[in-house]
Design a protein around this ligand. Structure first.
Ligand code: UD1
Ligand code: CA
Length: 449
């Protein structure tokens, strides 16, 4: 049988209250790998080629609605009010998909680990396809009741007898079906059950009753994990991290102590790079090849070019842009500064809002004084310039190519190329003064005893 792939749509359920999170932040906006769980679900739907995505939200979380609309546009949400169950939630998307004819994927906003490769096999069926998994602890999951190779029914744990509860094959909640079939079946779903809800899971039994095919596609339990409480969020994060670390290592990155490295969903690190123990990557970091990120460094929104070295104990913030072979050493913070190739800031500095030319050397304790309490200003250090230790560069200020700044200077005016600037008190030396003073004080102390 050959057939052209049918169009795909996704309905993502996110109308539940998520009260077990005990947080004022809506559940689906909690982050895994620094990305909202709901965005992971949307990413997966997009990766699967769903050209229509409808997120079902509740009235209680305008924040979720705003979040989705900011990403997908105003037509991407429908409100389910009041929430009367998962089947009722999918029906809320019917009107938004009225002109859609193809396969509908139903998934949740709180299953952040589900990847496109886990879901892909659920498409292509003629009837209802369900992603199932073998549960270590089946608990409250719906049970998949099989007859031979086909799925007979999904029974919610609350409705199940002892025989059904003993089954470990469980419903992930993710299903797909042709759009017409799905909405026809949902019309027939009732709420005569313990929770008084319209269960999406009832579409399976109803499909069987009218002779439509039903099947289970298996997935790994870790992949379908749902998050309902903070402890499960932490578990999901742990699984996410171990998957990302594995990806990194397969991509040729050396992680000396992988379990101590924290990655974000979008962290990119080139092959041959080494990440030492206890490094944290926030969102938006790109590291090229053969770079070294040394222990205890924290990076976010930063770009690190080939051969650069960062840390130990460095902090790169948004807009830190390190050229090739740049060195950023211990206790150096960089924000919104481009460092051209070979520039160095090895110790104890703050570089904020500026640029540093190729090969320039920023001495220990240099501060870019970028903020006057009201506005941020720019500092420019020319190529090959040498900034002596403990210098304050009061922005806006420009240091010319190859200029030198004497250590301890407070620089408030531009310095020309090749010039030397000293901005510090003149030193006075008094020969023998200290020795005479100490003798006098020692004698005074002896008399006082
Ligand atoms: C559901 C399944 C169960 C499955 C489990 C997997 C049903 C009836 N049960 O149970 O078989 O094993 O997921 O985790 O489908 N939601 C709405 N509107 C509603 C109700 C729920 O949008 O009216 C959303 C929730 O926000 C959540 C998802 O649907 O994202 C699942 O709802 P939840 O109440 O957690 O279902 P479970 O009881 O866990
Ligand atoms: Ca749930």
């Amino acid at each position: 049988m050959t057939s052209t792939p049918r169009p795909r749509a996704a309905v993502i359920l996110a109308a539940g209250q998520g009260t077990r999170m005990r947080s004022s932040l809506p559940k689906v906006l909690h982050r895994v790998g620094h990305r909202a769980m709901l965005d992971h679900s949307i990413d997966t739907a997009q990766a699967l080629g769903c050209d229509r995505i409808v997120v079902v939200v509740g009235t209680h979380s305008p924040q979720v609605r705003a979040h989705v609309e900011a990403r997908l546009g105003p037509d991407a949400t429908v409100v389910q009010d009041p929430p009367l169950g998962t089947g009722h939630a999918v029906l809320a998307a019917r009107e938004a998909l009225a002109d859609f004819d193809g396969e509908v994927l139903v998934t949740y906003g709180d299953v952040p680990l589900l990847r496109a490769s886990d879901v892909a096999p659920v498409f292509g069926g003629a009837g209802v396809s369900v992603i199932g998994f073998e549960a270590r602890d089946p608990g409250a999951y719906g049970r998949l009741v099989m007859r031979g190779e086909s799925l007979e029914a999904i029974v919610e744990a609350k409705e199940a007898d002892a025989d059904v509860l003993a089954l470990s094959l469980c419903n992930s909640g993710v299903i797909s079906a042709p759009s017409r079939l799905l909405f026809d079946l949902l019309d027939k779903v009732g709420n005569d059950n313990i929770k008084g809800e319209y269960y999406l899971t009832d579409v399976v039994g109803l499909a069987r009753a009218q002779g439509a095919p039903t099947r289970v596609v298996m997935a790994d339990e870790d992949a379908v994990m749902g998050v309902n409480a903070q402890s499960e969020l932490a578990q999901a994060e742990a699984v996410f991290q171990s998957v990302r670390r594995q990806d990194m290592m397969e991509g040729g990155v050396t992680l000396i102590a992988p379990d101590t490295v924290h990655l974000a969903w979008d962290t990119q690190i080139g092959p041959g790079s080494v990440v030492e123990p206890f490094v944290v990557f926030g969102p938006g970091v790109q590291v090229a090849e053969n770079a070294r990120i040394r222990a205890f460094s924290h990076l976010e929104g930063a770009t690190v070019a080939t051969g650069a070295q960062v840390g130990p104990y460095a902090r790169l913030r948004a807009g830190a842009d390190l050229g090739e072979e740049v060195r950023i050493g211990n206790f150096v913070e960089v924000k919104n500064v481009r460092l051209e190739p070979g520039a160095k800031a090895n110790h104890l500095s703050y570089l904020g809002d500026g640029q540093v030319g190729a090969g320039a050397n920023i001495g220990a304790g240099t501060i870019f004084c970028n903020y006057d309490g009201f506005f941020k200003h720019h500092t420019k250090v020319g190529p090959g310039a040498f900034i002596g230790s403990n210098t304050a560069l009061v922005a806006p200020v420009e240091i010319g190519e190859g200029a030198m700044i004497a250590s301890g200077s407070v620089i408030t005016r531009d310095v020309g190329p090749g010039d030397l600037a000293l901005g510090r008190a003149h030193q006075q030396s008094k020969p023998g003064w200290a020795a005479r003073f100490m003798d006098m004080m020692r004698a005074k102390k002896a008399r006082a005893r």
